[in-house]
Structure formats: C-alpha cells, structure tokens
Ligand binder design. Structure first.
Ligand SMILES: *Cc1c(COP(=O)(O)O)cnc(C)c1O
Length: 399
C-alpha cells in the first residue's frame, strides 16, 4: 500500500511522456534511494549546491551550475540574476525593477506559457520578429538584426527558447547580444535527448541554460538545473539560498559565492520562494549522472521496444493506422502515432478522453488530436504497463 492508496488517489498509466500535469515519470530506484539517503542527514545547503554545481559544470561544459526546482524556476532565477547581478540592494527590491535594466528580449515565435517565469522577476518582455504563421505571405522568422535593434540600456537579457526549429540560430543571437554586453538566457527545458544538448547551448555561447530535471533526465518531478556563467550562477545562489545568517558567521564555498564581491548578506531573495531541498538536489544529481552515463542507443532501444510491443498489440485493428516515428534516430524519442480512420466510429479526442477516464486511466499525448491522431510516448511507462496500453486501446476501439 502506498500513501496514494491511503488517500484514495488513483495511479495512472502515463503514455504521454514526462508532463507535469501527469506527475512526470517514475524515477529509477537509485535516484529514489539517493533521495531517501539524503533525507536522513543534514548538510549546509550552500556547500551542497556548490558541489552539485561542480557536477553540472562538468556535464555541461559551463563554468558553474545550480540545482533548481524545475526549468521554470531556472527562468525566474536566471532572469533575476541578469537584472540584479551582484547588487544585493537590487536583489532585495525585486520584483520592483524601477531604475534597473528591466526589459528581456524574446523572439515573438518563441513566446510560450513558461515565459511567465521570466516576467515573475519583474521585467517586461520585448518581442521581436514577425513570423507569418497564417497569412501565407512571408518566408522569414526573426532575424539577428531585429534582436540587435531592440537592445537598449534597459535590456537585462535576451531569453532564447531552444528547439530544433528555433530561429534565428542561437549562435547568431549570442553574437549580437554579446556585442552589446547583454547576457543570453536559454530555455532548454525539454531539449534532452539528444544528450549532446547538455553541452550544445553552452558551446554556442549561452550565458545561462535552464533544463528540466523531471523530463528525460529522470530526476525528481520538481527538479531542474541552471548551467552557465560563474557570476550569474552566484547571483542565482544569492537569490535562492536561505540568507538567515550573520555576516561573520557566513562562510559560503567560494566556487559558488565569492563573499568579497558583495557588500553584505543579502535578504531572502525573489527565488527563496522556489527553495530547493537536499532530497531534490541528491535525486537530481544522481539522475543526471545516470543520464549522462547511459548510452543514447541503449536508452533508445528500450523505448523503441515498448513502442513496438504496443504497435504489435494493435496491428490487427483495421480502423487504426499505426506509424512509429524516430525508430532509426537514437537521439530522438521513438513515438507511436495512432491515427483513426477518417469518418470511422471514433473521434481522436473523444477516444483519448475516454482512455484517460477509464480504469486503468491511460494517458496519451493529445497534441495531434485535431488531425485525428493520438501519440504514445514510452518514456514514463513502467515495464508492466506496456501491454496494458495496447489492451486498453483495443478494448476502447472495439467498444
Ligand atoms: C517543461 C518546460 C518548462 C518547464 O519546466 P519545469 O521543469 O516543469 O519547470 C519550461 N519551458 C519549456 C519549453 C518546457 O517544455
């Protein structure tokens, strides 16, 4: 019996992938054990973050790193760091940014729900570019000169949302921003795999990169990391750590915080709201180490096997057409696309909703229901749930 049983909370089959709404994914036993072990002792949090930061730095090629409570928390902390830098008076005033650099430039096509975390720091977002998505009258997205054009004395940062389709190229945005001494904060929350992305954005010149820990890295659901410049990570730490300490008593590890660069002990910062527990840091670092040590093709083979088993279990249903995506690309997540015959008895959204509300509750990716398709993402499936996905879909389609 788990506590969830005691509470009467149903456990579900998560075939959508590591979505926050569906509680992320199951953690590996070693990751869970690292959290249990951490929970049995006490440590100095700044020392723990400094050592964790060294692990992040080693895996990302960045100067420094920091464990956060998610990529969104990383965006808030990263933005606050770009605004306040090492000025502890400014840190204390956030989110009131009057008199500070308080504009963050974003390419319009990269705006998304998570950039609320950037605005949480008290900045306004300045959009650039005019991507044509509907009229059919344009061929371009934003161009580097448009980012350059938007930079003023009030620009705190450029926020860049990484994806295989992001435009302009990160390196071109970095070149323009750095020429004007503006840092670039990258949202790379869900950009793993490919594992090469751990280092790619730092290599392209990003000053801070935010990743989720609860997605493919396989860490605690509420975890993530920032990798980047040492002075900005120091500002992140100063605005996230608990600061209830006397100056003479305060002896932070120098890798994380150089005490000689601040004029006093900061007050609790804007990031104190997203405090990171020792269990989260332990679980995240363990998961990051496992992720980095696991061969992409081994990870891909395991996911592909799950997808193939589900596909095999549905193959004889003639009102479905099945396609496995990314079967040959070990740097992508293999997905099963289940398309319903047009004009058939079932509508994709209706079927997906009934699967979600069934017993067991089977949750698929709805991002293509408007095209009549449901998607199975294998990342969060437990071994004994794989066949249940096929069975559940069969039963529902036959009904
Ligand atoms: C998932 C996601 C986030 C939020 O990550 P959390 O770790 O859940 O805070 C931010 N940005 C993008 C693009 C994402 O996909």
């Amino acid at each position: 019996m788990t506590l969830f049983d005691d509470l009467g909370v149903r456990t579900i089959i998560n075939a959508k992938g590591p979505a926050t709404r569906l509680s992320g994914g199951p953690m590996a036993e070693e990751v869970a054990q690292a959290m249990v072990d951490a929970s049995q002792v006490c440590v100095q949090m700044d020392e723990l973050q400094a050592k964790a930061g060294q692990v992040i730095a080693a895996h990302t090629g960045a100067e420094a790193g920091y464990v956060t409570t998610g990529a969104a928390a990383g965006l808030l902390l990263g933005t606050a760091a770009c605004v306040a830098r090492l000025d502890i008076g400014k840190m204390a005033r956030l989110p009131d940014t009057r008199g500070m650099k308080n504009r963050v430039i974003m390419v319009r096509s990269q705006r998304n729900f998570y950039d609320h975390a950037v605005r949480d720091a008290g900045v306004r977002i300045v959009e650039v570019g005019l991507p044509d998505r509907v009229a059919g009258a344009g061929v371009r997205d934003a161009e580097p000169w448009e980012v350059d054009d938007a930079i003023t004395d009030n620009t705190a940062a450029v926020c860049y949302v990484a994806s295989p389709n992001s435009k302009p190229a990160l390196a071109d945005v970095v070149a323009v921003a750095h020429r004007r001494d503006v840092p670039v904060l990258v949202d790379a929350a869900a950009q793993l795999p490919p594992a090469g992305n751990l280092t790619r954005f730092i290599e392209a010149g990003a000053d801070l990169v935010a990743f989720s820990g609860g997605k493919a890295i396989g860490g605690p659901q509420g975890s993530g990391m920032l990798a980047g410049r040492r002075d900005l990570i120091m500002s992140v730490a100063l605005q996230n750590l608990d600061m209830d300490i006397l100056w003479d008593q305060w002896a932070p590890p120098e890798f994380l915080i150089d005490k000689s660069l601040v004029k006093g002990v900061p007050q609790h910062g804007i990031g104190r709201t997203c405090k990171v527990g020792k269990e989260t840091i332990a679980g995240f670092i363990k998961a990051l180490e496992i992720f980095a040590a696991t061969d992409s093709s081994a990870r891909h083979a395991e996911w592909l096997d799950r997808v193939r088993r589900i596909e095999a279990g549905l193959r004889d249903l003639n009102n479905l057409s099945l396609a496995i995506r990314n079967a040959d690309d070990v740097e992508q997540v293999p997905l099963l696309e289940i398309a319903l015959a047009p004009g058939g008895a079932h509508n994709a959204l209706d079927l997906l909703t009934r699967l979600q509300n069934g017993a067991p509750s089977i949750n698929l990716d709805p991002s293509r229901v408007d095209q009549g398709a449901m998607i199975v993402n294998p990342i969060c499936l437990l071994p004994d749930q794989v066949d249940a996905v096929a069975e559940g879909i069969r039963a529902m389609v036959a009904a």
